[in-house]
Design a protein around this ligand. Structure first.
Ligand SMILES: [Cu+2]
Length: 180
């Protein structure tokens, strides 16, 4: 019975195999790492922003529609939503609703909406929203209103506003936390 552990030739072969295996494993690892890196870089270039839950409300053809969503910016640089484009309406713009002298008013936002690095901006009922004027089709629950959000740095991001009933607009008396 040969003692393999004391055979110098056997140890040498074993070491060679181990080394080759290690080389193969590192090559695989480096390839995966390179692919991951390439993928990550491409993803970052395409967009550093995430758009969550784009939704709209039912509306009639020729009427006015709204768009709500949340923008998350996990990146290290701020960005700015400049405008919204859509073929589904004659006009689309950035609006903000606010109380002024006890009246709910709506203003067009000039200069876009900033999203801080690591920040979040909510477009929601009673605040920031996208306004669609002159809808080309009626919007029924379950329909989708396609639009493009145009950002200063992230560029163009396509979103499908899903038509939902959402929460009914609340009277102001029900919103004690509302900042005026
Ligand atoms: Cu509006």
């Amino acid at each position: 019975m040969p003692n393999l552990s004391s055979d110098p030739g056997g140890d040498y072969v074993g070491a060679m195999i181990t080394r080759r295996r290690l080389a193969a494993v590192s090559a695989l690892f480096l390839t995966s790492a390179a692919l991951l890196f390439a993928h990550g870089a491409a993803g970052a270039a395409a967009s550093a922003l995430t758009i969550q839950h784009p939704w709209s409300r039912p509306a009639t053809a020729g009427g006015v529609g709204v768009g709500y969503f949340t923008i998350l910016n996990p990146g290290k640089t701020p960005d700015r939503l400049l405008r919204v484009e859509t073929a589904a309406a004659q006009w689309a713009g950035l609006h903000v609703s606010q109380m002024r002298d006890g009246m709910m008013t709506m203003d067009e936002i000039k200069g876009g909406v900033r999203i801080d690095a690591g920040g979040r901006v909510d477009f929601q009922p009673g605040g920031l929203h996208v306004m669609f004027i002159g809808l080309k089709k009626p919007q029924k629950v379950g329909d989708v209103l396609p639009a493009t959000l145009v950002f200063e740095k992230a560029g163009r991001i396509k979103v499908d506003f899903k038509v939902e009933t959402g929460a009914p607009p609340k009277p102001m008396a029900d919103m004690p936390g509302m900042k005026h």
